[in-house]
Design a protein around this ligand. Structure first.
Ligand SMILES: O=c1[nH]c(=O)c2[nH]c(=O)[nH]c2[nH]1
Length: 298
């Protein structure tokens, strides 16, 4: 039996990078978490401990900080492409790179109706994300968002599902539908107005969630992905992960009270988890395998 080294990558995970840019008295703040992973001819270190080919993870981290100083960070997609191309272009043994970036938003604190120059408050839990993959001279960009928490207080039904001896769930034609959207979308290009595209895709996801009358969260998921693909040519594929944040009607009958969809118990766990991919039928699924490689399936 021969034993060999299979696919591998290595890098620095979750480099916390905060930049402050000056514009007169005004400061601009960026808050990123950056992970780098490199692939290539790395057998020697694994098999013999010879580190000749190993670009140290400490060097990778330092490169992130130095790049942030040498040129404005700019769009997270462009920053990730610069970093990935640097590693693949500078070290002959490194043939591929994956750079993950998530951005945490900060809002200016409002002081007496005026946004403050240099004081900020965290903008909720939502993050904008990108995953850039470089392989030799090719590149792929998968961007997205996490933890976009949404709720609609009506306009959602769930019925018609099979019943067996274990089924207790009541059918409903009016329920709360709530979720924390994690979405990733694969771009067809590496040269785009990233912020403009992000803003539009986020708007489409929100508008579709709000306006699509829902017969299941699965149907809502498909509608959200479909709307993005219909409106945004630059996107090849959308993957969504939607936890169903259940809101159960409280039984008020012990107190002699009715509950006409007014009082709910917001359950923490377990939650339904609805995940899916929406893609163009002319896309070759093989083409993007590397773009998604090692990313969560949804
Ligand atoms: O939208 C839903 N999809 C399900 O698959 C499901 N299952 C469940 O118990 N509630 C729901 N709601």
């Amino acid at each position: 039996m021969a034993i060999t080294l299979g696919p591998n990558q290595y890098g620095k995970a979750e480099v916390r990078l905060v930049t402050v840019e000056r514009e007169g008295p005004v400061r601009h703040l960026r808050d990123l978490t950056v992970s780098t992973s490199l692939r290539g001819r790395l057998e020697r270190t694994h098999l013999t401990g010879d580190n000749t080919d190993v670009v140290a993870t400490d060097t990778q981290k330092n490169t992130v900080y130095a790049f942030a100083k040498e040129k404005r960070v700019g769009e997270i997609e462009d920053f990730a492409l610069r970093l990935g191309r640097h590693f693949v272009g500078s070290f002959e043994q490194i043939t591929g790179a994956r750079v993950l970036i998530s951005e945490h938003g900060w809002d200016r604190i409002d002081v007496g109706g005026t946004p403050h120059d240099h004081a900020f408050s965290r903008a909720g839990g939502e993050q904008r994300t990108t995953a850039v993959t470089i392989q030799d001279d090719r590149a792929w960009v998968v961007s997205g968002l996490t933890d976009l928490v949404v709720l609609k207080s009506t306009g959602s039904e769930f019925h018609g599902f099979p019943r067996d001896r274990y089924t207790t769930l009541a059918e409903t034609d009016d329920r709360i539908l709530a979720t924390a959207v994690t979405a990733r979308w694969r771009y067809r290009s590496t040269d785009l107005d990233w912020s403009g595209s992000f803003t539009e895709i986020r708007r489409i996801l929100l508008e579709t969630f709000a306006t699509k009358h829902s017969l299941s969260l699965q149907q809502t998921l498909y509608a959200m992905g479909e709307a993005v693909l219909e409106e945004r040519d630059e996107v090849a594929e959308v993957r969504l992960s939607l936890p169903n944040k259940h809101h159960f009607l409280v039984d008020l009958s012990p107190f002699g009270l009715t509950n006409d969809n007014e009082v709910f118990y917001a359950a923490d766990r377990p939650y339904g988890l609805i995940e899916g991919t929406v893609l163009r039928d002319d896309e070759d699924p093989k083409d993007a395998e590397l773009a998604w490689y090692t990313l969560p399936a949804f």
